[in-house]
Design a protein around this ligand. Structure first.
Ligand code: GLN
Length: 533
């Protein structure tokens, strides 16, 4: 019988429910179970693809082209497996399906209601993913905070699920904040108590409370939470701030979370095999050599906007024994002259030109690229980063004045980056980019080919509407900016500048496939170049 672990959140959002869910997933997987993790987002958007990163952080792309919530990225990294777009369920997706069925006449004259039709659809979607992915245990994280109007149908659906499957098969984990009162330095449990009350009012009694706090939970706080939440003392698990997120599974395990969960779900006790994970965490924490990396982008004020890239750098740094120190360079500040571009890269060992959309900050990125290219600082351009490398090179090396991407300047005399075929007359912007895992044919002998271990073809994930215009390639190649990876339709996927140690741009996003124990090769090669090995 398949088991479900439902993770809810209380007090406020942004507590790291995603990391808690991913950590539990890792512990169960390392104990020998096949697991999957599902993220429920109660917003009405069908997917995260149409959302500004400032609203919701990075849009994570799956192999099958889903534009999903960034928690799917946490799950993939902790579980070491690729998930599907189906692992992210939203209110938009649920209602879209219910309304389409209603229009088709599938409900045969019934009044279509939240209970049972919407809640049935939620349960069906959860069940289908778990079934398709052959999970012994499916973790289901419900986004938002208990008490939100939007999350009610989802909580109701999982309440029903527990009733239908029985208490041995569904466990509820509630993640709460235990704030530290600044006047007295005390850990306060009242908000946690209230959020558990709210959950119980909905009909859900949590089995485990994970308490997020700045400092380790005191025994007094633990006892209070236990008493008021009606969970045994051993089921109150502290989750204090840690240096690296990858420590969280170890912290939870250290307090016996698996024991409590196994008892509840009737699982045989097992000791998870975590030696490689522990070794990775040790390396990250002990890395001594600091390497300054400039991160050039325009959503730099919300770090979650580039989460997978930051994580990919961490993964790649671990085996090199280095600690990347990120210096965020806001492209719009360069553009308006608030940053002196000739000084900002002093002491910087490498730069990542971050993905992006639209006009804002573009001239700043181009200015930064000129500086980086001329100084020979190792530079990795990702997606829009590659596109801007091409624009900068066209203007400043090939002398194509006014060269641009038609995304930014539709009437440029030199459209070196242009709209992909088939994108001209789209009715819908949601889900219509070139998305997901696609093959890249590598050109033998190039740096990219060597980086990928001499492979003929590699797969990376994509998310773009524009592409390098092949019309100008001869001029680029003649000047030393060569194509080293080609996509299915013959369009350039990777370009690299001869002569510079590392000046490489990739249309794909290698960060999405980077894992703690298996870093993305492109990031590993980039970091190697920054330390000169
Ligand atoms: N805006 C660019 C495009 O659509 C790049 C997208 C990206 O950086 N992900 O092609």
């Amino acid at each position: 019988m398949r088991k479900y672990v439902i993770v809810t959140g209380g007090v406020l959002s942004g507590l790291g429910k995603g990391v808690t869910t991913a950590s539990l997933g890792l512990l169960l997987k390392a104990s020998g179970y096949s697991v999957t993790a599902i993220k429920i987002d109660p917003y009405v958007n069908v997917d995260a693809g149409t959302m500004n990163p400032y609203m919701h952080g990075e849009v994570f792309v799956t192999d099958d082209g889903g534009e999903t919530d960034l928690d799917i990225g946490h799950y993939e990294r902790f579980l070491g497996m690729s998930l599907s777009k189906k692992n992210n369920i939203t209110t938009g997706k649920v209602y879209l399906e219910v309304i389409q069925r209603e229009r088709r006449g599938d409900y045969l004259g019934q009044t279509v209601q939240i209970i049972p039709h919407v809640t049935d659809m939620i349960k069906q979607m959860i069940g289908e993913v778990a079934e398709e992915q052959g999970a012994d245990i499916a973790l289901v994280e419900i986004g938002g905070t208990v008490g939100d109007i939007e999350s009610l149908p989802f909580l109701e659906a999982v309440r029903q699920l527990a009733l239908e499957l029985g208490p041995r098969n569904v466990a509820f984990v509630h993640v709460v904040l235990v704030p530290l009162l600044w006047t007295t330095g005390e850990l306060k449990t009242k908000p946690a108590q209230h959020s558990v009350q709210e959950l119980r009012r909905i009909g859900i009694q949590p089995d485990i409370i994970v308490a997020r706090s700045r400092v380790p939970l005191t025994e007094e706080a633990r006892r209070k939470i236990s008493l008021y939440s009606n969970v045994p003392l051993e089921a109150v698990i502290g989750n204090p701030d840690v240096e690296v997120v990858y420590e969280v599974p170890l912290v939870l395990h250290g307090q016996g979370i698996l024991r409590v969960l196994s008892k509840k779900l009737g699982l045989a006790p097992a000791e998870p095999e975590l030696s490689q994970w522990r070794e990775f965490v040790r390396r990250v924490k002990e890395a001594g050599k600091e390497v300054s990396i400039a991160m050039v982008g325009k959503y730099t004020r919300l770090r979650d906007s580039y989460l997978s890239i930051v994580e990919a750098l961490r993964h790649a740094a671990a085996p090199l024994g280095i600690k990347p120190v990120l210096k965020w360079v806001e492209a719009t500040d360069i553009e308006r002259g608030a940053i002196d571009v000739s000084a900002v890269f002093e002491g910087i060992k490498g730069a990542v030109i971050l993905p992006g959309f639209g006009r804002r900050g573009v001239e700043g990125k181009i200015r930064a690229l000129k500086e980086l290219r001329e100084r020979g600082i190792p530079t990795l351009g990702i997606c829009f980063g590659l596109q801007m490398m091409v624009v900068e090179f066209a203007r400043n090396v090939l002398g194509l004045k006014g060269a641009h991407s038609t995304e930014v300047d539709p009437s440029t005399p030199y459209p070196v980056v242009d709209l992909l075929k088939g994108q001209e007359k789209l009715k819908y912007l949601g889900g219509t980019m070139r998305l997901g895992s696609l093959p890249i044919k590598l050109v033998p002998g190039t740096k990219a080919w060597k980086i990928y271990g001499g492979k003929e073809v590699v797969y990376e994930r994509h998310r773009h509407r524009y592409h390098i215009n092949p019309r100008y390639l001869d001029a680029f190649e003649a000047a030393g900016f060569i194509v080293s990876g080609v996509g299915e339709e013959g369009l350039p996927e990777i370009m690299e500048l001869k002569g510079n140690k590392f000046y490489i741009g990739t249309q794909a996003h290698p960060e999405f496939k980077s894992r703690p124990l298996n870093p993305a090769k492109m990031f590993y090669a980039f970091l190697r170049a920054t330390v000169g090995v």
